[in-house]
Design a protein around this ligand. Structure first.
Ligand code: MN
Length: 430
């Protein structure tokens, strides 16, 4: 269950044999094919390793990676979050050991970027309470032994604060190039104290194997292409950014901690995995696991939730469509509240009835046009916690405004007034 195993089973791959630059050139090609085939760059200028990208750049491929369909996806994800499974420990089979990052083909993506960024690194750390955490963080290359790491105040941040309080550097492992099911699992955001790798292992039916690091007791995916071992320095901070995030706009520059590299272990012909910042792969990997968490929360209030979409136009992060089978008049409003309660980054949610296709924005707009009244069906929540990524919000205090639109059919009028007219029984020529 490695990245290379996964690629061997895929047909939708476009390979580039010509020499291409990791600075701007490869990212520009990634952008051109965004949402299309998996891309393999076999010859990277100045480097020996190849690059893979776009693996999770289509909804269908994300589903396939965890052996799910669109019908059982939510249930499968919720089951994995609720039933994390400890992975089996095996011996290391990394073939090459290096002292620094110089062999890695780290990409520089956009014009104003602060420098080359690792975008697919799974950062693993251990709390003083004994549990591991795994999460993806962007890493800015400073020199061949140092990087800056962006840590949003969530789980890794809490573990780092513990280490800082004890006046210790935090030992971490950074893993690049794993089976896409591991990426999906790592992005499920289970509660603090649950190792995301265990969630991934449940998604993989117990097939994930882990190996102990050389410079710490951290357990990391054994089949990874590349493993970077190092520490987050307790007392070194640098400007991190500018960097393009999920919105496709530049995130602000902040002081962030420095990572010092201790060791780099890898396969001899390691495949470096890169995610295009702001590309569809970035959006889907962040958004699809959130859809499952939202589905779970809304289902606890509304018995029949038909689907949840974080829309591509909303960066798979800010705007959601939820379709429900209404059982009482207030269900649309309850679904809005549950959606906001289950996803703090969410800004806008539209709730529709089960006859609306949530993947068709024309249908969603039609529901708003014909079933929604602004003075009765709109919910505005001011000064709520929001995402750090939204340039229109207060990005320092993380304060935003949330808007819910209940575009379900009101029950104080006859339902047939709102239903789409159907064809009579007649022959339609083809
Ligand atoms: Mn966590």
């Amino acid at each position: 269950m490695s990245l290379r195993d996964y690629l061997r089973g895929e047909n939708d791959i476009l390979e580039f044999q010509e020499e291409l630059s990791p600075k701007y050139e490869i990212p520009a090609i990634m952008e051109k094919y965004d949402g299309g085939p998996i891309l393999l760059f076999n010859k990277v200028k100045g480097k020996l390793l190849s690059i893979a990208s776009g693996i999770c750049g289509k909804r269908e491929r994300v589903l396939k990676s965890i052996n799910a369909t669109k019908y059982n996806y939510y249930e499968k994800m919720i089951d994995a979050i609720n039933n994390p499974l400890k992975p089996k420990i095996v011996n290391s089979n990394f073939e090459i050991e290096e002292e620094d990052l110089s062999s890695l083909p780290i990409l520089t993506h956009y014009e104003r970027d602060a420098g080359p960024y690792i975008t697919s690194g799974i950062v693993i750390a251990k709390s003083k309470f004994g549990f591991q955490n795994a999460s993806i963080h962007r890493l800015l290359l400073l020199d061949k032994k140092h990087m800056a790491i962006r840590i949003v105040p969530r789980h890794l941040y809490a573990i780092y604060q513990e280490a800082k309080k004890n006046e210790e550097d935090l030992k971490i492992a950074i893993v690049i190039g794993v089976h896409p099911a591991v990426l999906v699992g790592v992005n499920t955001s289970p509660k603090y104290g649950v190792d995301e790798l265990w969630v991934a292992n449940r998604l993989m039916n117990g097939e994930l194997k882990v190996v102990e690091c050389k410079t710490s007791d951290l357990l990391v995916p054994a089949d990874a292409e590349i493993l970077i071992e190092g520490v987050i320095k307790k007392d070194e901070f640098v400007d991190e950014g500018p960097f393009v995030d999920i919105t496709g706009t530049y995130d602000i520059v902040r002081k962030q901690p420095v990572v010092e590299i201790k060791k780099v272990l890898r396969r001899r012909d390691a495949i470096y995995y890169a995610i295009l910042p702001g590309g569809l792969e970035h959006k889907l990997l962040m958004g699809m696991p959130k859809e499952a968490k939202m589905y779970d929360a809304i289902s606890k209030i509304i018995p029949e939730v038909k689907g949840v979409r974080l829309t591509i136009g909303g960066c798979c992060w800010f705007n959601a469509i939820v379709s429900i089978k209404k059982q009482s008049e207030g269900d649309g409003k309850s679904a809005i509240l549950a959606a906001f309660g289950s996803n703090p980054s969410l800004k806008h949610v539209v709730v529709v009835d089960e006859d609306i296709d949530i993947d068709d924005m024309n249908e969603v707009e039609w529901a708003i046009a014909t079933r929604f009244q602004g003075d009765e069906d709109l919910i505005i929540v001011r000064n709520a916690r929001g995402s750090s990524l939204d340039p229109s919000s207060d990005q320092e205090r993380l304060i935003t405004c949330k808007v819910g639109i209940d575009a379900t059919i009101p029950w104080n009028k006859p339902r047939e007034k709102f239903e789409k007219a159907k064809w009579g029984n007649r022959n339609v020529p083809h």
